[in-house]
Design a protein around this ligand. Structure first.
Ligand code: NAP
Length: 310
């Protein structure tokens, strides 16, 4: 029997990814939606989550797809109502609020899953396996995309808590923290804030690496042309290049085969993971990607750059 799930916050990512992934899954039945502005075809729709939870006690899991700042209150209420919770990335606006949610879920015996969709890209596992036992000389993240393409007119990304370029940059950090065999921490960061916005539009990060490797990230959200979502690792035994956000892998320039579905498996995999976590009465809340963002905002040297307008 598929588990019953409700989606809350029906915006770009819910429409692009969550609804198709749920509709294609035999493990899940989309049983309700909560949206202040739209409706999802074929399911009961609500504008208020508490009303939905009261009306649908059979809904075991709530998947929260709104931006990070409003998400905590919804997650807290869903846990209080005895529901397992799945969080879009980044899992919250602050680290401490996600710790609070994790504690609440543990006390209630419920699953909390802080998802990282980029970790589910086709070649992330292969990249992780290839790096095991290799000495890192350099690890270079280049994450350039056009905010107007992926977040059209979404002002929240430039408001406090919206994280600016770290909204996509945290995807890179979710892959880095998954595949890099060594623990790293931030040494310095330089952040460019548009003069009319509260979050950075570009960022340069420099990390400490325990064996002396150079680990850097260059994130830019004011990019035109194709997205550049790349991680290059130069090691003592060759060069790994993860391109297209983890959808393509090259070793010493040779394209690897065996997992050609690029990024299309990301959200189906997240829902498969959630089904397993609920079945196992487990949670998965890895906050390392967000820790690096928090450190970057703490250590960051601030430049003020030209105003950003859509
Ligand atoms: P969005 O379209 O701007 O917002 C999603 C929905 O959240 C809105 O349609 C709205 O839903 C709800 N919402 C917005 N503000 C709210 C508030 N103050 N209180 C309650 N609900 C609110 O954003 P999105 O692009 O889908 O991104 C949502 C999350 O997904 C973010 O954390 C983002 O990082 C992540 N994500 C986005 C993408 C992408 O390509 N855009 C990719 C991967 C992950 P209703 O109108 O239904 O109430």
């Amino acid at each position: 029997m598929p588990r019953k799930i409700a989606l809350v916050g029906v915006g770009k990512i819910a429409v692009d990814q969550h609804i198709p992934a749920l509709n294609a899954s035999s493990e899940w039945e989309l049983s309700a939606a909560v949206s202040r502005n739209t409706v999802v075809d074929g399911v009961p729709n609500f504008t208020d989550m508490d009303e939905m939870l009261k009306a649908h006690p059979e809904v075991e899991v709530v998947s929260l797809c709104m931006p990070p700042v409003p998400r905590f209150a919804y997650a807290q209420a869903a846990i209080a109502a005895g529901r397992h919770v799945m969080l879009e990335k980044p899992p919250g606006a602050t680290l401490s609020e996600v710790h609070t949610l994790a504690d609440l879920a543990t006390k209630a015996g419920l699953t909390l899953y802080a998802t990282w969709h980029s970790r589910e890209a086709a070649f992330v596992k292969a990249a992780k396996a290839w790096l095991v036992g290799k000495t890192i000389k350099s690890f270079t993240v280049t994450w350039h995309e056009d905010v107007r393409k992926w977040h059209p007119n979404q002002d929240w990304v430039f408001e406090a808590g919206g994280m600016g370029v770290f909204d996509p940059g945290i995807n890179a950090l979710s892959i880095v923290t998954e595949i890099l065999p060594d623990p790293i921490h931030l040494k310095s960061s330089v952040l460019d804030f548009p003069e009319n916005r509260d979050t950075p539009i570009s960022a340069q990060l420099d990390f400490y690496h325990p064996h002396g490797g150079t680990v850097t990230a260059d994130m830019n959200w004011d990019h035109s042309g194709d997205d550049v979502w790349q991680i290059e690792a130069v090691t003592d035994a060759g060069v790994l290049t993860l391109k297209n956000g983890g959808g393509v892998l090259l070793i010493d320039g040779v394209v690897q085969t065996g997992a050609e579905d690029g990024l299309s498996g990301e959200y189906p995999n997240l829902y498969a993971n959630m089904a397993r976590l609920v079945a196992d009465a487990a949670s998965d809340v890895d906050l390392r990607p967000m820790l690096h963002v928090s450190d970057a905002l703490t250590l960051g040297k601030r430049n003020v750059v030209k105003a950003f307008d859509w």
